[in-house]
Design a protein around this ligand. Sequence first.
Ligand code: AMP
Ligand code: MG
Length: 332
Amino acid sequence: MTYLSGPVLGIETSCDETSAAVVTGRTIHSNVVTSQADLHLRWGGIVPEAAARKHAEALIPTIRESLTIADCDIREIAGIAVTNRPGLVGALSVGVTGAKALSWALELPLIAVNHLEGHVLSSAIADEVPTPHICLLVSGGHTELIEVVQPGEYNQIGRTIDDAAGEAFDKAARVLGLGYPGGPAIERAARQGDPSRYSLPRGLQDPTSDFSFAGLKTAVRRLVESEGESLDVPSAAASFQETIAAVLTDRTIYACRERGSMAVTLVGGVAANSRLRECLAAKCLAHGLALYVPAIDLCTDNAAMIAHVGSWRLALGERSGADSDVEAVSLL
Ligand code: AMP
Ligand code: MG
């Protein structure tokens, strides 16, 4: 990948994190994330209207902080990259409107970036990842297996037919009374539990490259109802985590064998899960596959991955106009 020679300001507001970053190619000068998790905690999930308002409040302070940490004057910025799809429309609009205003005022090129491409190529920031490879993208809103033929050329080979993996973590944590966001809460509780204590459904029958987590979520709810006070919550969390990690791992290995791919990347917020990392690493090793996992702060939603894609696409000569729109649903 070739990149713009000057620093790119990245802006990400697709969901519940306001983020701004200053990036030159693969070098991250700053990557500031202002999380709204505390705000949504009281509702146990993301309220779109509240998210948009919080982005409007946090956007400029977050951009300012990213410039300060990067020790970069706004006049030194060479381009602006902003997430415009997919995500919550109101939330995306705040970032896109801010980015357009800056691009107009500073006469800078603007590039609208697909959030999913940001995640998929986040593995290329720290590592030289060979192509083609299989990318397992697991986040709060997405669970996809993607064949990355080369940057910009993607084949979707599997996806969830209902809940995303992160969504399943969040919902299971809620019924287990562990709080929001569910992923880290389940991971913490699971450390004290026995992963073989409860047997939970894996969803779709193997072999397949698709996923279904709705049945697993329902099974956890039934377990809570049937066991009542006697439920061993840490073991329920551990059993749930073990099931998801095993399904994600097995489907990824299957996809690699189907496509004859020799490398795997693991990206998105759920990639922060250490049990998933462990399972996938062990199976990749056993099958002679190279595994690349970005640092945790590049796995969860962040603007550095958006600036990284923006720097590459701007160098290709791509530009977005002042009339660019946002999209709630979008494929790669
Ligand atoms: P993203 O949509 O990429 O921001 O990722 C957020 C999702 O990742 C949420 O659904 C979280 O519950 C999930 N997540 C974050 N950390 C972990 C973790 N340690 N284990 C499992 N899921 C996690
Ligand atoms: Mg995401």
